[in-house]
Design a protein around this ligand. Structure first.
Ligand SMILES: Cc1cc2nc3c(=O)[nH]c(=O)nc-3n(C[C@H](O)[C@H](O)[C@H](O)COP(=O)(O)OP(=O)(O)OC[C@H]3O[C@@H](n4cnc5c(N)ncnc54)[C@H](O)[C@@H]3O)c2cc1C
Length: 70
């Protein structure tokens, strides 16, 4: 299947990955000069990352008062 995705933010990039893993021929259209531009300004320019650790270990490593998340 041919799939066209408009917008190369995190949602569009993940949709493109998912569709291509299914075997689709994917075209990702982005109006800016790079993908994920907004994502790159998250986390004060360091970009936020996530982890495959168990949620309790992940939360313990967030540098803030983590109790509020439980
Ligand atoms: C300053 C700031 C800090 C943030 N910090 C955090 C944070 O710490 N943690 C967190 O989880 N989230 C944070 N966010 C939010 C996070 O960036 C957004 O939730 C995320 O980017 C949304 O992803 P998205 O793919 O839905 O949309 P977007 O990232 O907005 O992507 C949409 C893309 O579509 C493109 N586009 C739009 N119209 C068209 C068109 N007609 N043709 C082609 N391309 C088009 C845009 O250029 C853009 O690249 C922050 C946002 C900002 C602005």
């Amino acid at each position: 299947m041919k799939t066209v995705i408009i917008g190369g933010g995190p949602a569009g990039m993940l949709a493109a990955i998912g569709a291509s893993q299914k075997g689709d021929e994917v075209t990702l259209l982005e109006k800016m000069n790079q993908l994920g531009k907004k994502l790159c300004i998250t986390g004060k320019g360091r970009c936020n990352i996530t982890s495959s650790l168990p949620i309790e270990d992940f939360i313990k490593n967030i540098p803030r008062k983590w109790e509020i998340f439980i």
